[in-house]
Ligand binder design. Structure first.
Ligand code: ADP
Ligand code: ASP
Ligand code: MG
Length: 472
């Protein structure tokens, strides 16, 4: 098999002339060392937000944000082109194709304004424009550097269902399409540069893989090509012991297992989209998260679960805000079968997702977290579902707490290691933080705690301090 590397650049890695220059340098170096290189790019930083905001306002009849975004998008792409695409003919061709995309942005927003509604399908067509623009720009910059780049829209490669805004890929069809489209390019000595984030239904209608989904695109393409390595290039030195925006002492973690990183991603470490991990593990592909702006730093390597030797260390902590803890309470629940099943069915019917479930030691209460903005709806649905039990006083009450934060402490083998939970609670106790609930997930690699939003920062720092002792 030909050694194949897939490099994904996030929005900040392509968001300004100097950043895109760094990304081009990284590709140029990799192309010397690897026989086959495929690049995946996000939209320039902030672009997806601007596109979606324009569409949302257009639906309310306000086209001002569209006009502002249209201008800003043209300027930002042109500023990068001015620096990285010196040939005026090439640059003019590039600007024409970007202007065509801006023209579709205009017609889509006008259509949304006329309809007074932005359907999920229209939002995907609009959101996808960010990557469709950035891929053309990066392609031109790579060619200006002498690399044999060829841009590809991932709608040609990744096939999904029509669950717009969060589409689900058909893995077999994706593998086949990806190989049909990309292998001939690679074998012809070209370097494909592919849009992240977007995909298409079998009929060719544009979909997207969900916010932050370019990481997932990279994983799907890598698995389809049986690549050897995927590098997720971002703006921090890999996965860190906590979100560096929240904890200034956060440090880069050299090595994490698949399960550890899966848990971190699921519980809010935005550095990697949670869906990225599975296709990559299943195909046995090496996964590295590294910094475009600090390319000599190794970043974080993700290793298979068997390779982690020093079990029982606290490696990292994440915080997910905007949760609310919902509690169903009542002595009469003891031994009544099916209460939990009915409760979760009622929540699922609202299409609200439950992030964690906490079991009390007695059967007198069930608590779980939902997004805080859904708490009213969830409580109302549960009161309706359990109206009979509430009337009989088998259930005393259903209630939602104030806004809470879920802290998740991650480290392989942690829950089997005696004393770790104790250390976490001691640290929180000493910091004066009250733990509202603990989640007993089945996962051996994490413990989740719910704390009041007001205590989140203190709790995060207190738990983060525990990563220092054995975190390296
Ligand atoms: P990209 O655009 O490159 O995909 P993202 O903004 O999606 O970048 O993700 C990178 C950001 O994730 C970092 O800038 C950092 O603020 C945030 N982040 C949150 N938790 C962590 C963590 N544990 N380790 C590293 N970064 C984290
Ligand atoms: N541009 C998309 C987003 O902002 C996808 C990505 O960056 O991963 O959500
Ligand atoms: Mg991202």
């Amino acid at each position: 098999m030909t050694p194949t590397l897939l490099i994904k650049f996030g929005g900040t890695s392509v968001g300004a002339p100097e950043s895109m220059q760094q990304s081009v340098d990284i590709v140029a170096r990799a192309a010397k060392e690897w026989a086959h290189v495929v690049v995946v790019t996000s939209a320039l930083s902030g672009v997806t937000d601007a596109l979606l905001e324009s569409a949302r306002c257009a639906a309310e009849g306000n086209m001002q944000p569209f006009y502002r975004s249209e201008e800003l998008l043209r300027e930002r792409h042109a500023a990068i082109a001015a620096r990285l695409v010196p040939d005026s003919g090439e640059r003019a061709r590039l600007m024409r194709s970007l202007n065509d995309l801006l023209a579709s942005f205009r017609s889509l927003c006008q259509a949304v304004a006329v309809l007074g509604e932005a359907s999920p399908r229209a939002l995907d067509a609009i959101a996808a424009l960010g990557e469709r623009m950035s891929v053309r720009l990066l392609d031109a910059a790579l060619r200006a550097r002498g690399l044999p780049s060829r841009f590809v829209e991932s709608g040609e490669c990744i096939v999904t269902d029509d669950h717009f805004q969060n589409a689900y890929p058909d893995l077999d069809a994706t593998r086949e399409r990806t190989r049909t489209v990309l292998l001939p390019l690679l074998q012809g000595g070209l370097l494909p540069v592919v849009t992240g984030f977007l995909a298409a239904t079998p009929e060719g209608v544009t979909t997207t893989l969900g916010r932050g989904g370019s990481d997932y695109s990279a994983a799907l393409l890598a698995a389809s090509l049986s690549a050897d390595e995927v590098w997720i290039m971002t703006d921090v030195d890999g996965v860190m012991t906590a979100d560096p925006r929240l904890v200034s002492e956060a440090r880069s973690i050299p090595q994490l297992t698949y399960r550890e990183v899966a848990e971190l991603a699921y519980f809010g470490a935005k550095v990697l989209h949670p869906k990225t991990i599975r296709p990559v593990i299943e195909a046995g592909i090496g996964l590295r998260i590294a910094n475009t702006f600090h390319p000599e730093h190794p970043g974080t390597w993700i290793v298979s679960d068997g390779e982690e030797t020093r079990h029982g260390r606290i490696k990292a902590v994440t915080a997910v805000s905007g949760a609310a803890l919902v509690t169903i309470e009542g002595r009469g629940m003891l031994g009544v079968p099916g209460v939990a099943a009915r409760a979760f069915a009622a929540v699922a019917a609202l299409k609200v997702s439950v992030t964690l479930i906490s079991q009390a030691s007695s059967e007198q209460s069930i608590c779980f977290t939902v997004p805080a903005d859904a708490r009213q709806r969830v409580v109302a649905a549960l009161e309706e579902t359990f109206a009979a039990e509430i009337a009989r006083r088998d259930i005393d009450r259903v209630w939602a707490g104030t806004e809470a934060v879920i802290l998740t402490v991650v480290g392989a083998g942690m829950r089997r290691t005696p004393g770790i939970a104790g250390r976490i609670f001691t640290a929180l106790g000493e910091a004066g933080v009250n733990v509202i609930a603990i989640a007993q997930g089945s996962s051996e690699v994490s413990i989740s705690l719910v704390v009041d939003a007001a205590d989140a920062q203190t709790a995060l720092r207190a738990v983060h301090a525990l990563t220092v002792e054995g975190g390296r």
